[in-house]
Write a protein that binds this ligand. Structure first.
Ligand code: FMN
Length: 142
């Protein structure tokens, strides 16, 4: 079994770009959750990423897939990251990431690290530094 897979849902490509950076930093493969690829869940640590849409809603592909795939989280280590807009949506900033983290915990996963919340819309200059620090905490947990 692979050590790490990154699984993301992304509407305009921002979460996909971060997923690719995280995957590169860990030498891992990244999967789009909309592909319905069962192999995506075959790793010791699953790193799950979603942007937030509507007001606090899951990104569309995660909304379509989460119930169907969450049983795959049982017994796995799971880390979660999210992208959002902390200025336009201060009251629902990155809620989708929390929703996925709670679903993983309820499904029997062990959560690793804090939920990483990125605002690449207003604070793009902070994104790479936050990713690097977060990836270091995940490496320590592997
Ligand atoms: C219509 C709309 C609704 C949004 N709702 C939220 C929200 O509730 N909370 C939040 O943190 N960000 C919200 N966002 C911001 C997106 O999550 C942000 O642009 C994100 O980077 C998009 O990532 P993606 O391209 O990977 O989907 C919203 C953006 C739009 C256009």
């Amino acid at each position: 079994m692979d050590k790490v897979h990154v699984i993301y849902g992304s509407t305009t490509g921002m979460t996909e770009a971060v997923a690719d950076k995280i995957a590169k930093a860990l030498g891992a493969q990244a999967f789009n959750v909309n592909a319905g690829d069962a192999a995506a869940f075959d790793a010791e640590l699953l790193i799950l990423g979603s942007s937030t849409w509507g007001v606090g809603d899951l990104q569309d592909d995660w909304a379509a897939q989460l119930d169907a795939v969450k049983s795959n989280f049982a017994g796995k280590k799971v880390a979660v990251f999210g992208l959002g807009d902390s200025q336009g949506f201060a009251d629902s900033f990155c809620v989708a990431a929390e929703t996925i983290a709670n679903a993983a915990k309820d499904a029997g996963a062990t959560l690793v690290g804090d939920v990483l919340k990125l605002d690449d819309t207003n604070e793009a200059d902070q994104t790479d530094g936050k990713i690097a620090a977060w990836v270091d905490t995940l490496k320590a947990a592997l």
